[in-house]
Write a protein that binds this ligand. Structure first.
Ligand SMILES: [Zn+2]
Length: 560
């Protein structure tokens, strides 16, 4: 009901802005996500769209409620939106603002120029149809310029050229503001529609003229559901945005975040997380969209990422999000925690009651499937020092070479909370909570759940075996018999070198000549804050529902 009132208010204010020729399309049910496809350095001079499912295109704009308001349409099935500066259609085939950018020597002389002839009218044109009829009489195009319909023709590169043509037909030479866009028939300079509503109004293309067909559109080698918005941020190149129904967006990206063959309830838990992600993301706000298509936000491959199972997961959780005390929850997730998730304050320093860390009995039940479960990494003392000493020094501390490394405290869920390094001067360098988890990156560890075993202690000196190689002690020395059997050495073994020399090895009295080896065995993969994807897999396999999974990993949240 509230939405209906807003719609009417919007309609009234837009009538004042635009005159009576603009009308509204039904707003999509579950809200639109604005996904940035081309922006920043990747913003375009011109963008090609072609129908994949559905035919034709409608043109209009989205209001603040993200409802689409239609202004114009075409039955063409391949269109290009270009900024209203001079652009050339190249052999790429794309539109470029510079002829010279086609460096292979073959250039197109097909230009969409930025100067046009505006036809005189006896009375104001009141609709797209009126403007179209008049424009067609001179092979021109309808244009919507700051709320007024115009009939225009031509696309000249210079004002002078346009003036000569205008004089011949009795029209006026016009351009647009830096926020204008023209829609052309792809591969031609034939303008189908031009829109210039200033900075506040961006062209939105709604593919398909028949509402009974769910539209799919080709753009840059992929297919997309939904609409396309073209923004000229600060009057620059075109920022291309896919305005897509939230549940279609979720269906398209689920297979990127989790294999679509996973249990349905795990996919549904992930679908809710994807919606919350959009709710919380703000980094692209100034560019005019919610999320980008890259891993930076959530990798979004368009229709190609969607299949029956992801569509089912999206549909069965349609519109659902996770909330904590009325705020959208920050539903962080990762592959695996190795047995316990972690309180966010120990990982990133922030604090949320529902990101508190839970002991996780589920992953272990499917541990054979989980990558990096019981993963071993080794560092020699020198390798460890090469990573840690510069790191401590980069923080402004005068730290000598690191000679010892141990875990001094675990969190309640069993992850590493505190680490202590010792340098050659005996000085201790403690790292705790966020400091300790930051070392995951410094050392390249897979998770914050691990043990450290130090071998090669040299307290008793080392045994020289040959040519300077050493054994730290005789404890780990084995003999292999001719039949392949292995036996640990005991007593006072002798060493026989390759040249037959026989001697009784003895520790090289107390000097530190042995090579220290740190063996780190880790469990899990990722930051361990929030939901474990493999844990969700295991819980779903045990019959838990998606909301049970989410409430286990984010205690205290509500789903609605
Ligand atoms: Zn992003």
């Amino acid at each position: 009901m509230k939405r209906k009132c807003l719609m009417i208010l919007c309609a009234l204010s837009l009538l004042l802005l635009a005159g009576p020729m603009v009308y509204a399309e039904e707003a999509p049910d579950s809200g639109l996500v604005l996904v940035g496809l081309a922006y920043g350095d990747d913003a375009l001079d011109g963008a090609n769209l072609a129908n994949s499912a559905g035919t034709g295109f409608r043109f209009g704009y989205l209001d603040e409620e993200r409802s689409f308001w239609q202004m114009a349409y075409t039955a063409e099935t391949a269109i290009s939106v270009v900024k209203t500066q001079n652009v050339w259609y190249g052999i790429d085939p794309n539109y470029s603002s510079s002829l010279k950018s086609y460096s292979d020597g073959i250039v197109s002389d097909l230009a969409v120029g930025c100067w046009h002839i505006q036809l005189p009218t006896e009375t104001e044109l009141t609709s797209f149809e009126e403007a179209l009829t008049l424009a067609q009489s001179v092979a021109g195009f309808p244009a919507w310029i700051n709320g007024v319909w115009q009939a225009r023709s031509g696309a000249y590169i210079t004002r002078e050229e346009a003036q000569i043509a205008a004089d011949a037909v009795g029209g006026t030479v016009v351009g647009t503001s830096a926020y204008g866009v023209s829609v052309v028939k792809t591969g031609t300079a034939e303008i189908l529609f031009q829109l210039d509503g200033g900075e506040g109004l961006s062209l939105t293309v709604y593919p398909g003229l028949d509402d009974s067909v769910k539209p799919e559109t080709h753009y840059r080698g992929k297919r997309y559901y939904g609409m396309f918005q073209f923004r000229r941020n600060n009057g620059g190149d075109l920022t291309v945005i896919n305005a897509v129904n939230m549940d279609d967006y979720v269906s398209c990206l689920l297979s990127q975040e989790m294999s679509s063959s996973w249990p349905m309830e795990a996919l549904k838990a992930q679908a809710v997380c994807a919606r919350n992600y959009v709710e919380n993301e703000t980094r692209h706000k100034n560019a005019g969209f919610d999320v980008c298509e890259k891993v930076h936000c959530q990798a979004y491959p368009g229709v190609g990422g969607s299949n029956e199972r992801t569509a089912q997961a999206a549909a069965e959780t349609a519109g659902l999000r996770a909330w904590y005390e009325g705020e959208p929850a920050k539903t962080y997730y990762y592959a695996s925690n190795g047995g316990g998730s972690e309180d966010v304050k120990n990982v990133w320093g922030s604090s949320y009651p529902y990101l508190c860390g839970v002991s996780d009995p589920y992953e272990e039940t499917i541990s054979e499937k989980i990558s990096y479960w019981g993963h071993t990494q080794t560092f020699t003392g020198a390798e460890l020092n090469a990573k840690v000493q510069p790191y401590i020094q980069s923080k402004g501390y005068n730290c000598a070479a690191i000679v010892d490394f141990k875990i001094t405290e675990l969190t309640p869920t069993g992850n590493v909370k505190s680490i202590l390094f010792t340098d050659t001067n005996g000085k201790e360098w403690p790292f705790t909570q966020k400091g300790a988890t930051d070392l995951r990156g410094v050392l390249g560890l897979k998770s914050i759940r691990y043990t450290i075993t130090k071998s090669g202690e040299t307290t008793g000196g080392s045994y020289y075996v040959e040519g300077g190689n050493t054994l730290p002690s005789m404890n780990q020395v084995y003999a292999i018999n001719g039949d392949g059997s292995v036996k640990k050495l005991t007593g006072n073994p002798y060493v026989i070198t390759g040249s037959g020399t026989q001697f009784l090895p003895a520790p090289a009295g107390g000097t530190e000549t042995g090579e220290v080896i740190y063996t780190i065995q880790s469990f899990g993969w990722g930051h361990s804050v929030g939901m474990s994807q493999w844990g969700a897999y295991a819980m779903a396999q045990q019959g838990k529902t998606f909301d049970e999974i989410l409430k286990f990993y984010y205690p205290g949240i509500e789903i609605y």
